[in-house]
Design a protein around this ligand. Sequence first.
Ligand code: FES
Length: 97
Amino acid sequence: MDPDDHVCLCFRVSLRKVRTFLNREDPPVASRLADCLGAGTGCQWCVPFLRKLHAMKQAGETIDLPISPESYAARRATYRQTGTRSETTSGDDDLLE
Ligand code: FES
């Protein structure tokens, strides 16, 4: 993902905004990312990814998601249609490990 790509598509919260919030606020729990423009408080799709980004910050790792914005948005569209996260595609689990 590029910095200006959106992690939370509901509220158009970019990876850059999430990084800045994590680095500035250093929230003790991932749920505090909701204070970053409401990230994660809509359809809930991005919540596991926000948790992953928070964990990366806590571990001192580079805060990033190795996925194209197109693929990310397509997976969210499936999630919104089916209400479930894909377990058969190589997808979400790879990103969340
Ligand atoms: S994509 Fe973040 S709450 Fe919907």
